[in-house]
Design a binder for this molecule. Structure first.
Ligand code: SAM
Ligand code: SF4
Ligand code: F3S
Length: 454
């Protein structure tokens, strides 16, 4: 059946009354972006949105599988929804996102959580109307977890923000880092056509969006599957040509593919933010090898040196995993050494979580959880000192800030991110939200800097 017929059937069965949807996305920004497409489809079918699950006629949890804690959290929420369903039997509950792409999880949901009406795979967002129609026609449980290779181009989206927009440029991952579930739940790399990305960004800028965040699991391999010779730096240069007052960000960059051309492009394009998120994961060559990261610490530091030779103050952030199976104390110390050398402005660190189906899950890990927690605490302590010291370099500097909201810590202040991805707080009110403001930095802490509006 055609999609528009399905939509019409849904509206015929559901009637004209106001219907509410509660959609909650977990995990990375790519998943949040999928959540915006799910909302777009629901809007087309006539739903309005609510933040109150008690008010909802349909609830969709758009899940993440990257760590066990993320999955446990979702199972807890699904469990608590049993009561909601008892109170309102017409409520439809759907589970979407990365958890559903693992067969054992989809089975577990079907078997142990009868309150769930449907399960929808990561590339099956377009199947939402048919799944919904099944539910409205009284079918007990439906699932569509097939891998479709259509990108849902030109799909309506209900965006979370009216000044910051995420734009996926590619989907999937080919890297198979041994700890990571993403390639199994998101499939192989597929790049969107540059003309589609450029026209989406052009539209967003003309709609007044100020920050464009380009997304992919490894943006540096953008275009490798296209025939037009386009690579990621070339795409950045094209986007930089679009007229308007906006900043271009991107994530994530795999260090093995972070080229000099990419770095030169960051420096030569005035709209590309002067910040690079370069996930290193570990400072030990033996761990990087066991992780299948395909670079060495020395190679990574060459990239950092290339950047810092152009600008010694350039802002870098990273992801780190603590407690990879059988990580020795010496290997962990190598990570501490690396962060002291690179002096990141911020790190995102995670305790290793075993993911069934990945290569690392087969390793017999002898490191106790308490040791991993202690290492994590030490890592955070060392980084705190680095950030405190680092942030002092911004005092006296002028920074452009895109204001995100009002400060939760300081009354009468607003908070936002500078082009360097540093949190800046300064006196102001909510009329500044969504605007670029020039500030001068007057003080620093270990997580943000304080400024004044110029
Ligand atoms: N594609 C991105 C890259 O390679 O940088 C990373 C995407 S992943 C969703 C975000 C971060 O989660 C990774 O950089 C890694 O630090 C962390 N991560 C992934 N799998 C993990 C696991 N099994 N346990 C703990 N952290 C994990
Ligand atoms: Fe996971 Fe590695 Fe792919 Fe990133 S590059 S998504 S860490 S497999
Ligand atoms: Fe993202 Fe989590 Fe999936 S990090 S790609 S939502 S497993």
């Amino acid at each position: 059946m055609e999609k528009r017929d399905v939509m019409q059937d849904i509206m015929d069965i559901a009637g004209d009354g106001k219907r509410f949807a509660y959609v909650r996305s977990f995990g990375c920004q790519l998943n949040v972006s999928d959540g915006e497409k799910i909302k777009g489809l629901l809007k087309q079918i006539g739903y309005s949105f609510t933040e109150n699950e008690h008010e909802a006629d349909i609830i969709i949890l758009n899940t993440c599988a990257v760590r066990e804690s993320a999955e446990d959290r979702v199972f807890g929420i699904i469990g608590s929804m049993k009561k909601l369903k008892e109170e309102k039997p017409s409520l439809i509950i759907g589970i979407a996102g990365c958890m559903t792409a693992q067969e054992h999880i989809a089975e577990k949901i079907k078997k142990s959580y009868p309150q769930v009406d449907f399960v929808m795979g990561t590339s099956a967002i377009n199947a939402l109307p048919s799944l919904l129609l099944d539910c409205l026609r009284g079918k007990k449980f439906s699932a569509d977890t097939k891998e479709y290779d259509d990108f849902s181009e030109h799909m309506e989206q209900v965006r979370e923000s009216n000044f910051k927009a995420s734009v996926p440029i590619m989907f999937g991952c080919n890297n198979f880092c041994t700890y990571c579930i993403v390639p199994y739940v998101r499939g192989r790399e597929r790049s969107r056509r540059p003309e589609d990305i450029i026209s989406e960004v052009r539209q967003l800028v003309s709609d007044g969006y100020k920050e464009i965040m380009l997304l992919g699991q490894n943006v540096n391999s953008y275009g490798k599957d296209l025939e037009n010779g386009m690579n990621f730096p070339a795409l950045l240069r094209e986007l930089n040509e679009i007229d308007g007052d906006f900043v271009i960000r991107f994530m994530s960059s795999h260090p093995k593919d972070a080229s000099c051309e990419l770095i030169d492009t960051i420096f030569s394009c005035e709209k590309v933010a002067k910040h690079l998120h370069l996930p290193v994961q570990s400072g030990s060559n033996s761990v990087l090898d066991r992780m299948n990261r395909r670079y060495t610490v020395e190679k990574y530091l060459e990239t950092v040196d290339y950047i810092r030779a152009k600008d010694p103050d350039f802002s870098l952030t990273t992801d780190l995993i603590v407690g990879f199976p059988n990580e020795t104390d010496e290997e962990f110390r190598a990570t501490l050494d690396l962060i002291k050398k690179v002096r990141y402005d911020n790190i995102y660190s995670f305790i290793y979580s075993k993911r069934s189906g990945t290569k690392a899950s087969e390793i017999d890990d002898k490191i106790p959880e308490e040791v991993k927690s202690l290492r994590m605490r030490e890592l955070l302590e060392v980084q705190r000192e680095i950030s405190t010291e680092n942030y002092k370099r911004f005092i006296g500097r002028k920074m452009r800030v895109l204001v995100d909201g009002v400060s939760k810590k300081r009354e009468g202040y607003v908070t936002g991110k500078s082009d360097e991805f540093i949190i800046v707080e300064f006196e102001g009110n909510k009329s500044l939200i969504g605007k670029f403001v020039q500030t001068e930095i007057t003080g620093s802490m270990n997580w943000a800097v304080i400024g004044r509006k110029l």
